[in-house]
Write a protein that binds this ligand. Structure first.
Ligand code: CUK
Ligand code: CUA
Length: 769
């Protein structure tokens, strides 16, 4: 191989593409020196070794966290606790163009309520789609407590695809929870309210206010919830809380906790005792036990009533058909969690120091024997608690949520008041271990810990308060997700991760190899509907149309493209009053070659990933000059990825002739550029020689880079032909500019080639010729 010449090397270094020449920069410190200097213990070093992920390394698990009141989701890796992405769900998210392009606005606006745009959500519980009770890596769902809604996120691209609004509830909490084959996504109310949209005085609370649980039908093939095939079980105006779906022997059933079965109505401003007193007066509340499988059949058989477009199974039908039961549970519990084998249902005490473990077989026996201790005020049969309990165990103050280990009978429960995690045996009723966390834990989560087959290994404690754990950043603190090693008998705290985005209530973690996300879309793709965009263009077919209707209203419609390093078109002309639609297709095939599109003064910001087609819509209400540009630093000529929207006054007539624009070029300029291009081609040839003389086809990453480089070289050939045609006509201006464009494509080719070459070298590719 010919050595890289000094000239070509300096060219590449000038472009920032050169290979850095490094000396021995690695520090001479020993581990002991660093431990001493930073005050680290042996235990710290062990914890670091368990979480540290070397540069370029990958995590074993991917966590999808609620983003709390940010209305987004957070994706992070475990054990490194590195944040990988935020996903816009109920809230506009400019980086992703979510809520800015027309395609994603169509999703976000599905979440309008009473005709109003809701631009946030109080997300609580993400739920992965399941097959046979195990995560299948296809979808994730999340609920909004404040405005009862459920969103669907597709894990092939980590984008929000759908938002459904609950047409009955005014508040919810017990969602999203998937049934074992994602037949349904469960969503239960929180604060009771009338199902209709009318005023009902609080004095009518017992009769006209209602709780409920909605079973949203999920179409796995289409990846969408189907409101028309969903239904709601009418429930008393208790504050329903968390829910969980049965599995194994309890498959077909679901369980929903509640508090405030006192049905207390506060009014502190009128001198009434507050909700907190009235809602915790009784010693017990009710676990709702529902046969959803039979409920679905009843709805199918026409036993439902349609309210606001939703099928509702009235309480009297559910009672008469024997699909709804209540079991007392200790005072104001919180989470309800079904064990991996589906035989037991664990209720977390909250105001009670005990865990209550219910036996599903005993519940079934009581139902079969009609062993009821009475009815609630709505006629729902009550199963006696002592006949269906497996055991109760005192674990500590404020038990909230439980998850499971890969080890049989082992569970972990968060203790909010004690700021501890307790490890215990739910078969035998024994506390096994406790660890302090910092501080006031809400949910906790083990790896795939709510499936039929938990992985154990790690636990994340989702703490409500961080207080003194991090550098102070003002009165609003980040949340603190703490990583705990649960592989041994004793739990060990490994790492604190500040999460600066809302209060994530729950997070779920999936084995990373179950996720197979795409690196690019099919060309011209509407990512939100997952179908070919009607606005897609191919290279060279870009166009702009201006049409006016009979009333004189005009529309400028751009079918444009984005590719390193230009936007087509580079000028868009409109008149005041025009509607402007800009459809842009990213023509790149290369991994990570995203282009953005931002414009002055119009709230326009798109993220157009390779293959995607996105649309910006704006009204040209003011005349003026509005620069637009790419917002992702996509190449060395990224800053030149620019253009202008020119909005002319209505009926504008050009008064000046076309003047000279910019610099003029001579034959000498053209020839100099061609010389440069020939030298650059030599570099490219050399790199190509290196790649093709190695087994590069064994490396998919390199194959992708080579594909892209080939595209760029084809563009270079096209520009070269244009330059030569202009030169033949002695049009040195255009000859020089096209020669420069030819060079631009060569530079992109060289960039890709060098990345491929470096990759091959680092991965010890074999020489084949
Ligand atoms: S909830 Cu917040 S700590 Cu919404 Cu599951 Cu328990
Ligand atoms: Cu495209 Cu910067």
């Amino acid at each position: 191989m010919k050595p890289v010449t000094k000239r070509t090397l300096s060219l590449l270094v000038g472009l920032g593409l050169g290979v850095a020449v490094t000396g021995t920069a690695w520090s001479q410190d020993t581990l002991q020196d660093i431990m001493k200097a930073r005050g680290l213990t042996q235990k710290d070093i062990l914890a670091a070794a368990k979480t540290y992920t070397p540069s370029g390394g990958r995590d074993e698990y991917i966590a999808l966290s609620s983003g709390g009141q940010s209305g987004q989701m957070i994706v992070y890796g475990i054990p490194s606790m590195r944040i990988l992405k935020y996903i816009g769900v109920f809230t506009p998210e400019p980086w992703q163009g979510y809520g800015f392009d027309e395609e994603s606005k169509a999703v976000l606006r599905q979440g309008n309520i009473l005709g109003k745009e809701i631009n946030y959500g109080d997300t609580h519980h993400p739920a992965f789609s399941e097959t046979d009770g195990d995560y299948d890596g296809k979808y994730v769902f999340i609920n909004d407590k404040a405005n009862p809604r459920v969103a669907v996120i597709d894990l092939h691209d980590f984008e929000t695809k759908q938002i459904v609004v609950n047409p009955l509830f005014k508040s919810e909490h017990g969602g999203a929870f998937a049934t074992p084959n994602t037949e349904y996504v469960i969503e239960a109310t929180q604060y009771a309210a009338p199902y209709d949209k009318k005023y009902h005085p609080l004095e009518k609370f017992n009769d006209e206010y209602r709780g409920g649980v909605t079973y949203w039908k999920f179409n796995k093939e289409k990846g969408r919830l189907e409101p028309e095939n969903s239904f709601t079980l009418e429930l008393p105006p208790y504050s329903q809380d968390l829910s969980d779906a049965g599995k194994g022997p309890s498959y077909g059933w679901s369980f929903t906790n509640s508090f405030c079965t006192e049905r207390y109505v506060g009014g502190i401003e009128k001198g009434r005792p507050p909700y907190e007193a009235g809602c915790s007066a009784k010693d017990t509340d009710f676990l709702h036990v529902v046969n959803w499988k039979k409920a679905a059949e009843l709805v199918k058989a026409g036993k439902g009533t349609e309210i606001n477009g939703m099928q509702v199974l009235p309480m009297d039908v559910s009672i008469a058909e024997g699909i709804l039961f209540l079991i007392p549970e200790p005072k104001s519990p919180h989470g309800v969690d079904v064990t991996p084998d589906g035989t037991k249902i664990i209720v977390n005490g909250k105001l009670d120091t005990h865990m209550s473990v219910y036996d599903f077989a005993k519940i079934q026996k009581a139902i079969k024997d009609k062993n009821f201790e009475g009815k609630d005020p709505y006629g729902i049969p009550i199963i006696p608690i002592q006949d269906v309990l497996h055991l109760q165990l005192e674990v500590g103050l404020g038990p909230l949520h439980t998850q499971f280990d890969s080890k049989k009978c082992v569970a972990y429960t968060s203790l909010y008041v004690d700021s501890q995690i307790v490890k215990w045996d739910f078969c035998e009723g024994k506390v096994l271990d406790k660890i302090s966390i910092h501080y006031n834990v809400g949910h906790l989560m083990t790896m795939e810990g709510d499936t039929v087959d938990p992985d154990g290994k790690y636990l994340v404690s989702l703490n409500k308060l961080a207080i003194d754990r991090f550098n102070p950043v003002g009165p609003l603190h980040p949340q603190n997700h703490q990583l705990i090693d649960i592989s041994g008998d004793k739990m060990e705290l490994l790492y604190d991760m500040p999460l600066p985005l809302g209060e994530p209530h729950y997070v779920a973690a999936i084995k990373a190899d179950k996720l197979q996300p795409e690196v690019r879309y099919k060309s011209g793709w509407n990512s939100r509907t997952d179908s070919k965009s009607e606005y897609a263009v191919r290279a060279g077919r870009e166009k702009t149309e201006r049409t006016c209707d009979d009333s004189g209203k005009c529309k400028v419609e751009v079918f444009g493209s984005l590719i390193r390093s230009h936007i087509t078109p580079e000028t868009i002309e409109a008149e005041v009053g025009d509607e402007v639609l800009i459809h842009l297709t990213n023509l790149e095939r290369a991994e990570d070659e995203v282009h953005g599109f931002a414009m002055y003064g119009h709230n326009v910001q798109l993220s157009v990933e390779p293959g995607k087609t996105s649309t910006a819509r704006l009204m040209a209400t003011e005349e003026g000059v509005f620069p637009y540009y790419c917002t992702e630093f996509c190449s060395a000529l990224h800053l030149e990825m620019q253009g202008y929207l020119l909005v002319k006054p209505k009926g504008y007539k050009a008064t000046v002739g076309e003047g000279e624009v910019g610099t003029s070029y001579t034959k000498a300029d053209y020839e100099k550029q061609v010389k440069e291009n020939i030298a650059t081609q030599a570099v490219i040839d050399e790199v190509v020689g290196f790649i093709t003389s190695h087994n590069y086809k064994d490396f998919p990453t390199v194959v992708g880079l080579v594909e892209d480089a080939t595209d760029q070289l084809n563009f270079a050939a096209d520009a070269k032909a244009k330059s030569e045609a202009a030169a033949a006509k002695e049009d040195w201006q255009n000859a020089m500019l096209w020669a420069n464009q030819w060079w631009q494509y060569q530079v992109k080719t060289a960039d890709l080639g060098l990345r491929a070459k470096t990759y091959l070298e680092q991965n010890n590719a074999k020489k084949i010729k």
